[in-house]
Design a protein around this ligand. Structure first.
Ligand code: HEM
Length: 159
């Protein structure tokens, strides 16, 4: 797995900070993109009744809550760039939870594309090739750790 360089970490911290304190609107851009890339993911979010459109999902309080959770996980990764190992257990467990709700590991490709789309959209000219590369590396580490929590039959691995 590729490692983050000191420069990568600097670019990630700086670009994340530039998105401002309220990350929710950026998360909304990310998930709007995700549902465009894979509308089928909508059916995995069934809190009460199934959503009939991405718009309905994106504006429901339960889903907005999920967007906040996603942004908090990214925030935790950015805050722990020097010690991503400390998040390993949490992320593997998070992966297991997503397997349980029906997410396929392949969907993380679209999630990654949506994250990059959001960064490009939100950072404008500050979204350079180096910034992109740094985020691709971080995302790869986070996703690989989440996927390590996936099990063959959905059961918890014996520790
Ligand atoms: C394919 C994209 C995704 C789908 C379909 C999905 C779906 C879900 C669902 C159905 C839940 C349970 C209900 C809820 O808590 O809202 C959930 C929980 C959660 N998701 Fe996702 N999710 C996706 C991506 C992500 C990503 C990329 C992250 C962060 C990196 C994330 C972070 C979380 C967190 C923190 C929870 C709460 C887990 C807990 O209760 O401990 N999700 N997700």
């Amino acid at each position: 797995m590729e490692k983050l360089t000191a420069r990568d970490k600097e670019l990630i911290r700086d670009s994340w900070e530039r998105l401002g304190k309220n990350k929710l609107p950026h998360g909304t851009v990310m998930f709007t993109r995700l549902f465009k890339l894979d509308p089928g993911l909508l059916r995995l979010f069934h809190y009460n009744t199934p959503y009939s459109s991405p718009e309905e999902c994106l504006s429901s309080p339960e889903f907005v809550d999920h967007i906040s959770k996603v942004m908090l996980v990214i925030d935790a990764a950015v805050s722990n760039l020097d010690d991503l190992h400390s998040l390993e257990e949490y992320l593997a467990n998070l992966g297991r939870k997503h397997q349980a709700v029906g997410v396929k590991t392949q969907s993380f490709t679209e999630v990654g594309e949506s994250l990059l789309y959001m960064l490009e959209h939100s950072l404008g000219p500050l979204y350079t090739a180096a910034v992109r590369h740094a985020w691709v590396t971080l995302y790869g580490i986070v996703v690989e750790t989440m996927i390590s929590g996936w099990t063959k039959n959905g059961e918890r691995k014996a520790d």
